[in-house]
Design a protein around this ligand. Structure first.
Ligand code: SF4
Length: 238
């Protein structure tokens, strides 16, 4: 049981920027230390973003911040294995999984914009099903934790450990920046953490089903995301 006091009020942007600066000085190879710092400073106003590729980040953060909110962007387009992993994370870990929902169901979006918008305008689809819901939800927190790793893509090599997220107006904490995919799967196996079976079935990066293709061994792990399009990021981390 945590002895930390849950924060209930949001501090000023100036205070959050000072905390982000403090966090940026932490050892970026010590994910557990970063998790302790996050709990000490943000317990109760902290959210963990999770794509349900596995439950490593929720497990890591819940060790010091039990009951932490885990945000799952429920786009309506996930693989059944991803929904299954979400259920296991909710059942087996000491976390509170929050489904972050778009303003429109898939049927409502189809009716308004036409079916398969993801084929014609994936940027608009991601904006409505991921970015707007996430921004709306993050407004209620002081800090969020993500599993972004520097080795995932050329767009991510300079990812900071802790920073002030200018786009969303809160502290962003990336405890796994120096980890590899093997480090993530090793942690999951060592701690009995739920893992999405797609990870070992040719999907090293898992997103919505219509926009995620299987990649061959040795290929860029993110090349299966929006394959054939110039789009490589949904916009959440850029
Ligand atoms: S990843 Fe594809 S289906 Fe999912 S929100 Fe983005 S464009 Fe839409």
């Amino acid at each position: 049981m945590s002895t930390l006091t849950r924060r209930t009020t949001r501090r000023s942007e100036e205070e959050l920027r000072a905390l982000a600066l403090e966090g940026s000085q932490l050892d970026d190879t010590d994910a557990a230390g970063v998790a302790r710092w996050a709990a000490a400073n943000f317990h109760g106003t902290l959210a963990v973003a999770c794509s349900m590729a596995e439950g490593v980040l929720p497990h890591l953060i819940s060790q010091d911040s039990p009951g932490v909110d885990v945000l799952f962007l429920e786009t309506g387009y996930h693989f059944s294995d991803t929904i299954g992993t979400r259920a296991r994370v909710a059942d087996e870990l000491d976390v509170n999984v929050v489904d972050v929902l778009p303003q429109r169901t898939v049927a409502e979006q189809d009716a308004e914009f036409g079916a398969r918008l993801y084929e014609r305008d994936p940027a608009a689809c991601c904006a409505m099903r991921k970015m707007e819901p996430l921004a709306r939800t993050l407004a209620g927190y002081e800090a969020w934790v993500t599993g972004v790793r520097r080795d995932e893509a050329p767009t991510r090599t300079a990812t900071p450990l802790v920073t002030f997220d200018e786009k969303h107006g809160l502290v962003k904490i990336n405890p796994l920046v120096t980890w590899s995919l093997d480090d993530v799967t090793d942690y999951a196996l060592d701690h009995g953490v739920p893992i999405n079976l797609l990870l070992s079935d040719g999907f090293p990066s898992i997103g919505c089903e219509p926009c995620t293709k299987r990649v061959a061994p040795g290929e860029d792990p993110r090349s299966g995301r929006w394959a054939g399009l110039s789009k490589t990021e949904c916009g959440i981390h850029t």
